[in-house]
Each structure stands twice: as C-alpha cells, then as structure tokens.
Design a protein around this ligand. Structure first.
Ligand code: 6MZ
Length: 360
C-alpha cells in the first residue's frame, strides 16, 4: 500500500457525500440522535455495514443527506474529503456533488455550493487551486503560482455539479445555470448521476445539450444497469467522459471503443454493488488491453471503505500490472481532466518529477 500511496494519482470520479469518513458520519448521526431527529441505534449498523447492493447504496445516500445537508456540515465534509485525497497523494481531484435545496434551513443550490467552496478554502494542509479568474480576481483563492512557492502538498481541485436522476428538466437546467455562474470558482462541468433505475434520459437531455452549447464539460453515469436504449443515446451524445460502463452489450461496446470516450473505472464500487460479478470478468481487462482511455477512481470512498491508493493496489494485483504500468495509467489520466492546458502542463511536470524520485 505504501507504494500506491506514494505514487501521484488523479481522481476524476468522486461523489462528495459518498466520500465522507465513517467517523464523521457516526459523529453526525450521534448528534442528530441526541436531538431526537433520528434513531441513532437504528442507523449505526447501516453506516458501519460493509458491502451494499446498489439499491441499498441509494437508501444510504438518503440517510447521509439527512446527516450532512446543512451549510456548516457541507463545509466540514468538503474540507475533510479534500484533505483525505491530498494525504494519499492525489494531485488533481475533480469532486462532484449534487447542489441541494432545503428551504426550511434557507439553503438554495447556490448557498449549498458556497458552503462547498468555503470547505475548499478551509483546507490548510494543502493548496487548493482555483481557475485564475479573468473577470473577478477576488474570487480566485490560492493561485497555482502561489502554491508552487510553498512546501505544502499541493492538490488541484475542480468541481463538477451533479444532476440527480430524480430531478425534473427545470431542476437540471437550474444546476447547469449555477455551474455557468460558478465557472470562475473552479466548476468545470456537469455530471449525471443518481439511482440508475430512476428517471428518463429525455428529462435531462435539454439541460445537457445546453451544457454542451455553453462549453462546459460533461460526464455521464452510463450503463450501471442494463438499459440498451439509454446507453446508446448516451454514447451518441458524445460526452467527454463516462462513468462505470458495466452493462454494455457487444454493439455498444464497439461504439464505445470507436468513440474513444474515456471511462472512469470504479472497481471496488462495481464489485460491492454486484454490478460486476468478480474482478476477473471486469471490463477493465478488455479496455486496458485495447488501450482504450480509462482512469481508476473511487466513486464513493466512504460508502465503499476504499481509497484511490487501494484501487491502484487492487488493479495491480488483480490484473498483474507492474509499478511502471500503473504509474503510466495514472499519468495518462491527465489527458482527460476537465481543467485547462496550464493545469495539464503542471500535472505532467509533477508526474515526471515523481517518476524520477520513485526511480521508475
Ligand atoms: C450513481 C451515484 C453513485 O452528490 O450528494 N452517486 N450515482 N451511481 C453511483 N454508484 C454507486 N454513487 C453516488 O453525493 C452522493 C450522490 O452521488 C450519486 C447519488 O446521487 C448520491 O445521492 P452528492 O455529494
């Protein structure tokens, strides 16, 4: 594990509320239990449980949202999640989250996101680099040129706003508008996620088309469950990346390969949710062997008790890959990040310097 921790890594598929430390979730649950809002004894075993089916995961997310959705907690979990990724040498993190509304506590999608940004600014063991703003420089936090001068561990963080599949067309559109408003604050794209058996592709399509027209990047959860019509429509839409791609049939498989759309592969998540029966039949093997662009990711490091270093370790041992091959896999992900070319250039330098230090 030490080796996989020491290697620089890029995380492109991490859901904020799925990446919370268990200890934090238990603490939050205990506090709400004491206030009589929830039954702590009833939820404690749900949080501690290891191994969950896909439907159980979405039930857990509903519970997590009860525990986390106030401004101060959103700020706290954002800070902790970024710190945890930085601590294991993730040098670039694209963190995704679903902006939430909760009128009873005065939360709008915008104030939810402001709380996320506050969490990023609160990270003190790392430098969080936002896109230097052309229009409002006061909004940019630690510019990368400043970060380079420090000796602290540096992590680039960019944000993706998620559309939940339970949302309506207008709610999805609101999220895209918000992403556009927050471009100068590190928001680089839109994700479509949520329970894959809920909702219809046509509902989100107008918002996703608008996203494309506006030049924001798009990644879609695609093929987490079998749904040929939707998978084909998603691939035809040509998003910049897709997540999972577990349940593709031959025809879609060929479409994916010829499209060269990079795939965010989440091994532990796929196995724990029983989306894929076992690692030896995981599509990583096929995609890797034909050099299809792919990146290893955690999905929900908290919910699945994993880390990105663990995902690298699992891939190396399960698929017989060596240290250099794994390093190259991580470095290759630079090409698919949604940040601009100057960030990509800096990441290449970070990886090349680490390669020398690691003796690869
Ligand atoms: C689909 C998932 C997911 O947005 O509240 N999410 N959507 N498939 C998955 N695979 C297991 N894991 C997480 O983070 C939690 C939300 O991310 C989505 C779900 O909508 C979940 O409610 P945020 O920060």
């Amino acid at each position: 594990m030490e080796w996989w921790v020491s290697q620089p890594k890029i995380e492109l598929h991490a859901h904020l509320n799925g990446s919370i430390r268990d200890s934090t979730l238990l603490e939050l649950a205990r506090v709400l239990g004491e206030k009589g809002v929830i039954d702590f004894a009833g939820v404690e075993h749900v949080i501690k449980k290891n191994g969950r089916s896909l439907p159980e995961c979405f039930k857990l997310f509903d519970l997590i949202h009860v525990l986390t959705t106030d401004h101060a907690t959103v700020t706290r979990i954002t800070k902790e999640v970024v710190e945890d990724f930085a601590a294991e040498n993730v040098v670039y993190l694209e963190l995704r989250t679903t902006p939430k509304k909760n009128e009873s506590i005065g939360m709008s999608k915008r104030t939810y996101m402001d709380a996320v940004i506050k969490g990023l600014k609160a990270v003190d063991t790392v430098d969080v680099a936002f896109t230097p703003s052309q229009t409002s420089p006061e909004n940019s936090v630690t510019l990368i040129s400043d970060a380079c001068k420090t000796t602290k561990k540096k992590i680039y963080v960019r944000l993706l706003l998620s559309i939940d599949r339970r949302e309506t067309t207008s709610a999805a559109m609101e999220t895209v508008q918000l992403a556009l408003e927050m471009r100068d604050l590190g928001v680089v794209g839109i994700d479509l996620s949520g329970n894959p058996v809920v909702g219809e592709w046509e509902t989100y399509l107008p918002a996703l088309k608008f996203t494309k027209e506006q030049g924001l990047h798009i990644t879609l959860h695609c093929g987490e469950v079998p749904n040929r019509k939707e998978i084909q429509a998603m691939l035809d839409f040509l998003p910049q990346r897709i997540g999972h791609a577990c349940c593709l049939e031959d025809e879609e498989w060929e479409k994916l390969k010829s499209s060269k759309i990079p795939v965010e592969v989440c091994l532990t998540s796929n196995i724990m949710t029983q989306t894929i029966a076992s690692l030896d039949v995981h599509h990583f093997v096929d995609l890797y062997s034909v050099k299809h662009p792919l990146v290893l990711c955690t999905d929900d490091a908290g919910v699945f008790s994993t880390s990105l270093s663990h995902e690298y370790s699992v891939a190396a041992s399960s698929f017989g890959l060596g240290k250099l091959e794994m390093f190259q896999l991580a470095r290759g992900a630079i090409d698919f990040v949604f940040a601009d070319d100057s960030v990509k250039k800096d990441l290449r330098e970070i990886f090349d310097s680490a390669k020398r230090k690691l003796g690869l």
